[in-house]
Design a protein around this ligand. Structure first.
Ligand code: ZN
Length: 459
């Protein structure tokens, strides 16, 4: 007898239908169990705007995504939300403002644009999170990028400012500012692209200058938007300040046990035990006759020295400036016109400094690495205005006063010591006359002739 195949399939159908019911039930339960925000639409009329909430990899931190596929004004926005309402409102306020600015701009220009806000999270210690929001707005063929950062304390729910991070201490801010300036100046990929005026202004030790930052396991990151301190083609600049540097100036609750810090090995080749060193420094040049004479003598002894130059002389003798550098000597900034800086305003001080930086750069393609104020006249105010610390001297040869080679030699011999920085001037022939016997004497005494930076590096 043939059995009807339908009869055999009936129990199977039953199982399939049963499974379908269970699965559908699960889906319905699942849909009702998740947060209604997942289905929230920011604009009831526009079905192509979606909001979504996801858990991040960090406890208590959620990622809100808002996507719009509007043909002229599309955007993709991702931002963090925490368990703290005030913090969340703050972030949402920023996002909403950015979005509205973008929508208004597109409406005005009638261009098609695109807005993207994305973010990165950096955890620090047990309960701090840095959020770095990057906003990119494209419009026609232009694109602009900017950064907004938050440092969130998940224990208190509060946003931490840089001044809280640095213990509200102006001295710590000054240390950071100096470090940031020197690191950015030294960076080879930036050196031809720094916008000098803006760079000096926006890295001054003012709290508002360092608002965009993040702290992570090994560094404090400082963010500068594009076209702020460096020319547009460089894009935005992120400077990592190593935690081993920043740790000592952090407020205690942010500090890390020093035993855990990676030890920074000294890069100095100097062995202080058996070599005595001296830094010869020549100020107020370049001079068309005296400077080349001194360069010849230095070459004969294979000696390196430092020349603190005046901008208003550099502009007349760029070839000599170039020769000084190519002979391996160091070039320092000695202001433009040799004023007493302590009697000048911020604008005047910066102008004296910056014009000279620029003149030396134009002559050599490099910025000077050290600075000496005329007459050694400086104070806390002057120092706070300048990106590099002033370098003075330990022995004044008084060559400008006596204009006598023998006296220069006598004074130096009487006051000589290891790691001395000797002040001379490469604008007097008497000084050029003294350099040969001076080098002969110092060499015989076992001194090595180094630049000022080499001495400073070990102090
Ligand atoms: Zn001088």
């Amino acid at each position: 007898m043939k059995k009807n195949p339908l009869n055999i399939r009936r129990p199977i159908d039953f199982v399939i239908v049963g499974l379908m019911v269970i699965v559908t039930g699960c889906i319905i339960i699942f849909l009702f169990s998740i947060n209604p925000l997942d289905f929230q639409k920011t604009n009831a009329k526009k079905s192509d705007i979606h909001m979504k909430k996801n858990h991040s990899a960090y406890p208590g931190i959620q990622i809100i995504s808002e996507i719009s596929n509007e043909s002229n004004t599309p955007y993709a926005i991702h931002y963090p939300q925490t368990e703290n309402k005030i913090f969340n409102d703050d972030v949402r306020h920023f996002v909403t403002n950015t979005k509205n600015t973008y929508l208004t701009l597109m409406k005005q220009t009638k261009h098609t644009g695109e807005l993207n806000i994305s973010f990165e999270t950096f955890p620090y210690r047990e309960h701090y999170y840095s959020f770095v929001l990057t906003t990119t707005i494209s419009e026609a063929n232009k694109q602009s990028t900017s950064t907004k950062t938050y440092l969130y304390n998940s224990k208190t729910g509060k946003n931490v400012s840089l001044s809280e991070l640095l213990n509200n201490d102006d001295a710590n801010l000054a240390t950071l500012s100096k470090h940031v300036r020197s690191e950015l100046t030294k960076n080879p990929s930036l050196k031809d692209h720094l916008l000098r005026e803006q760079f000096h202004q926006l890295t001054q030790p003012l709290w508002e200058n360092f608002q965009q930052f993040a702290i992570k396991d090994d560094a404090l990151l400082i963010f500068f938007d594009e076209n702020i301190i460096a020319s547009k083609e460089i894009g935005s600049v992120t400077l990592p300040v190593s935690l081993s540097f920043i740790n000592p100036i952090l407020a205690s609750e942010f500090q890390i046990e020093m035993q855990n810090m990676p030890t920074v090995s000294s890069t100095s080749q100097h062995t202080s035990t058996n070599v005595k060193r001296v830094a010869l420094t020549f100020d107020d040049g370049p001079h068309p006759d005296v400077t080349p004479r001194i360069l010849e003598t230095l070459k004969a002894y294979n000696a390196k020295a430092t020349f603190f130059m005046l901008g208003n002389r550099v502009q007349y003798y760029p070839d000599i400036v170039q020769t000084v550098l190519s002979n391996g000597h160091e070039i320092g900034n000695h202001t433009w016109g040799h004023p007493i800086l302590t009697k000048l305003s911020t604008e005047q001080i910066l102008s004296e400094f910056n014009k000279t930086e620029q003149a030396i750069f134009e002559a050599t393609g490099q910025y000077p690495t050290v600075f000496r104020p005329p007459y050694g006249a400086t104070n806390d105010f002057v120092e706070s205005q300048l990106p590099i610390e002033s370098t003075l001297w330990t022995i004044d040869s008084l060559d400008w006063k006596h204009r006598n080679a023998q006296q220069l030699l006598n004074i130096t011999k009487q006051t000589m010591h290891n790691d001395a920085i000797i002040l001379m001037h490469d604008i007097h022939h008497s000084t050029a006359d003294a350099v040969n016997p001076l080098l002969a004497y110092l060499q015989q005494q076992g001194y090595e002739f180094v630049t000022v930076s080499e001495i400073l590096a070990d102090q």
